[in-house]
Design a protein around this ligand. Structure first.
Ligand code: AKG
Ligand code: FE2
Length: 326
């Protein structure tokens, strides 16, 4: 869900960088599963190191940069976003606008190839090859993380989340974001700024939570991502924490669907990205999602009549998506 950036209160507090929960995948499995589950419960967000996707992420980043470096007319070959495709400034839901351009693709290899072929002057076969390889590896990582979350939560069926991603009809997406430096994209508004006491910064991607199961984010070495601390529900007392960029790591957001399935135990973290005025930021997000017909409900084991009464109704992923886009 996106909150239009125009509505961002100017007085949001910006906290210094916190030591983020880091999960090292070379740790013993139970330790890693425990650490990431605690982080998902407390913050809905954690950093993953030693994830094994470094080379593939570097190749994907080069391919994404070559797409964004194309002349605007060529990039428009993949637009307008419907919501898939190439978009400029218009983020997609609620009329939210930001200082970014993006390419949002279904993660199925045939869709990636089809979109790549619609972009003039892109080396489409190379682009599809490296993006598809990255998606394959990051999807496998998402499966692993979903199983570790189920283990950390003590669920009996430890494949209850990951199975949804193994479904051949899974609706996972890959999104490439580019936040350029000024002069900004056509149509930039000067009032799209948030104060942090040190001057003004441009909103790249306004406050939102990701609606899927979980998201895995890679970025270049330019900061911009911020997460909102879950402790504050009062809109006047919102606390944002900047996330230092680290291209060797991956960042994981819990999404709305995992929050529902765990009956609110895992937090779908609200986050935003600011555009840096001196260097351009690039990020790539893999959104792990089930098939459109998958029914999402709080798991029986996550409901406890006296301590954790059921908080959510059930719905299909397709219904949730339709409600979001209309
Ligand atoms: O670029 C970023 O750091 C955030 C991107 C994001 O939140 C998204 O694409 O959903
Ligand atoms: Fe996001």
């Amino acid at each position: 869900m996106v909150v239009p950036s125009a509505r961002l209160p100017a007085a949001n507090k910006l906290l210094p960088c916190l030591p983020f929960p880091v999960v090292d995948l070379s740790w013993r499995r139970t330790r890693a599963a425990d650490r990431l589950t605690r982080a998902a419960e407390d913050l809905g967000f954690f950093k993953v190191v030693n994830h094994g996707v470094v080379a593939s992420a570097a190749a994907m980043a080069t391919a994404a940069a070559s797409f964004f470096a194309l002349p605007p007319g060529d990039k428009l070959g993949a637009g307008p976003p419907s919501p898939l495709g190439y978009g400029v400034r218009n983020i997609g839901f609620n009329g939210d606008m930001g200082e970014l351009e993006y390419l949002l693709l279904h993660s199925h290899p045939a869709h990636v190839a089809m979109k790549a072929n619609s972009i003039p002057n892109l080396n489409a076969s190379h682009f599809s090859e490296v993006v598809n390889e990255y998606v394959k590896q990051v999807r496998q990582l998402a499966i692993e993380l979903l199983e570790m979350l189920a283990e950390g939560l003590g669920l009996q069926d430890t494949r209850v989340f990951s199975r949804m991603l193994e479904d051949t009809d899974n609706d996972s997406l890959i999104r490439f974001n580019h936040y350029p430096t000024p002069p900004c994209l056509p149509g930039s508004a000067d009032d799209d700024r948030v104060g942090n006491g040190t001057g003004s910064v441009r909103v790249g991607f306004g406050e939102h939570s990701d609606p899927q199961l979980l998201s895995i984010l890679w970025s270049n070495d330019v900061d911009g991502l911020q997460i909102r601390l879950p402790s504050t529900s009062d809109e006047h007392d919102v606390e944002w924490v900047p996330v230092p960029a680290d291209p060797t790591a991956l960042y994981v957001n819990i999404g709305d669907l995992l929050q529902v399935m765990t009956n609110g135990r895992l937090i779908s973290v609200r986050h935003r990205a600011l555009a840096n005025s001196s260097r351009s930021r690039m990020s790539t997000v893999f959104f792990a999602a089930p098939s459109l017909s998958t029914r999402i409900s709080p798991l029986y084991e996550m409901i406890n009549k006296s301590h954790w009464p059921r908080r959510y109704k059930s719905f299909t992923w397709g219904e949730f998506k339709r409600a979001m886009y209309t």
